[in-house]
Each structure stands twice: as structure tokens, then as C-alpha cells.
Design a protein around this ligand. Structure first.
Ligand SMILES: [Ca+2]
Ligand SMILES: [Ca+2]
Length: 262
């Protein structure tokens, strides 16, 4: 009850602020898939706008609480969101990639059998490709896990982004990019863990067009073992692009100002 009231109050505040100020700091979700909101049986390719799927539909099922991912060994299975042009630009845009997940299988491990840490969240700006890798156990097959990053071999030896995550329960991970600094702030359950430069977090030197201005989840390669996850939601929040209506108003105001000067 209290939450509903506060949401209404916040909405009213937002409307009020928007009406009174010409350039509000505007934050908007531009890409989203939420398993509970989508509802049982509705996977990312069932929602509008639909996400594209690589691999069999049988690898995924939404039980109404989470999207269950179960990609067999040596098989690719991933979803890529619709693109929102201009969301991800190195050095200028601000955005946050946020997801709530619980890994069920480990990734990485013995190099000869299951070396490919392909349990990924991927996004790409106009220069770099970024991978955040969900690792159930950072050492061996028990204890705590974490997040890794980087690309190339995607081995268990990839650098650690965050360690000490107990993946027996789901956690919310956020990578928040500030274009002016070129840094990502990495959060776990809303708590800042580390700040890392885009040039360090990158998994690849070149952008990969199908993944730019979008987010990909899953296992996009055929290497490695079974990959299982519970995905609660994935979203991209764009804090850089002003509200279109505000841009139009500013544009009209600017034109009028120019006319008056002539
Ligand atoms: Ca379905
Ligand atoms: Ca591991």
C-alpha cells in the first residue's frame, strides 16, 4: 500500500517537474524483458517488440517468475533485444544495463571439457563490445562465485569483475555507463562494487553491429558445456537522451529566438 502511494506521488512529482523545467534529467527504460510481467509461457520472442532468438525455442521457458535457460552442451542459445538506436555510444551516452539472474550451472572449469565461460550478458557501443560473464563458482565447483569480464578465449582465467557472490539466490547486477568519464560503475543489488574503464571492460576491440544498441543474454557460441540460468529481468535504462517532446520544444524555442534576432 505504502509503495503504491509513493509511486503515485513520484509520478505526480515527475509530471510536475516535467511541466516546470525545460531540461529535466530524464531517465527511461528503453529496453526491457521482465519474466513476471511477460507472464508464463511468454519468452522474449513472444513480447512486443519481440527479441530475436538464436538457437532452439525449447532451450527457454518462462514459468511466470523467471525465464529458465537450459542450453545443451556444444549448442548456442541466446536472445538479443530490439535495438534502440543511439543508446550506446562510447564517450557520450549514459546508460545502465541491469539484469537479475541466478546461475544454475557453473561455467568455466576444466579447460579440456568445460572451459568456455559462455554464460553472458553482452552489449556493444560504436567502438567496443562488452561481456559480463556470470560465474557460479569462481574457484572449483563450490563456494562463492562472481562476475568475470573480457573476451577472446572466455576462459575460467578471465579477469574477475566482482567476487564473493553467493549465487544460491538471485542477484541484481547493473553496469552503469557515464559517457563523459568512459567508466562503468558495477553494482550488485544496488551497492557499488567497482568502477572500470570501458577500455578495460571491453571484450572486443570492434563493435559488433547486431549487438550494438541492444543487449544479448545467454550462450551465443557452440563451445562449452550445459548452461542453465534463471533470468528474472533484463533492461537498459537510458539516461542520456532527452525526452523527444522536450527536444522539440527546445528546438522551436531556439528557432523563435533566432528569428527574433534577425
Ligand atoms: Ca512461448
Ligand atoms: Ca566457474
Amino acid at each position: 500500500m505504502g509503495r503504491i502511494v509513493s509511486n503515485i506521488a513520484l509520478s505526480a512529482m515527475a509530471v510536475g517537474m516535467f511541466g516546470l523545467t525545460s531540461t529535466p534529467a530524464h531517465s527511461a527504460v528503453v529496453i526491457s524483458y521482465d519474466a513476471a510481467t511477460a507472464g508464463s509461457g511468454n519468452e522474449p520472442d513472444d513480447v512486443a517488440p519481440a527479441w530475436s532468438r538464436d538457437g532452439a525455442s525449447s532451450f527457454w521457458s518462462n514459468n511466470g517468475t523467471y525465464l529458465d535457460q537450459n542450453v545443451p552442451a556444444s549448442t548456442a542459445g541466446s536472445y538479443t533485444s530490439p535495438k534502440v538506436a543511439g543508446t550506446m555510444v562510447k564517450g557520450s551516452s549514459n546508460y545502465t544495463v541491469e539484469f537479475r539472474v541466478r546461475p544454475v550451472s557453473d561455467v568455466g572449469g576444466t579447460p579440456s571439457t568445460d572451459w568456455f565461460a559462455r554464460d553472458l550478458v553482452i552489449w556493444t557501443d560504436d567502438v567496443y563490445q562488452y561481456n559480463v560473464i556470470i560465474d557460479k563458482y569462481t574457484t572449483g565447483s563450490s563456494g562463492t562465485g562472481g562476475l568475470r569480464y573480457g573476451g577472446g578465449s572466455y576462459s575460467e582465467n578471465l579477469p574477475t569483475l566482482v567476487s564473493g557472490i553467493d549465487w544460491t539466490t538471485p542477484h541484481t547486477i547493473a553496469a552503469s555507463y557515464t559517457g563523459s568519464t568512459g567508466n562503468f560503475d558495477i553494482y550488485v543489488d544496488g551497492v557499488l562494487q567497482t568502477t572500470i574503464a570501458d577500455s578495460v571492460l571491453k571484450g572486443g576491440n570492434a563493435s559488433y553491429a547486431p549487438w550494438q544498441d541492444a543487449v544479448t543474454i545467454g550462450s551465443p557460441t557452440t563451445a562449452g558445456g550445459v548452461v542453465q540460468n534463471e533470468w528474472y529481468y533484463v533492461k537498459v535504462d537510458n539516461t542520456a537522451v532527452p525526452e523527444p517532446a522536450t527536444m522539440s520544444l527546445l528546438g522551436v524555442a531556439g528557432l523563435l529566438a533566432l528569428r527574433r534576432r534577425r
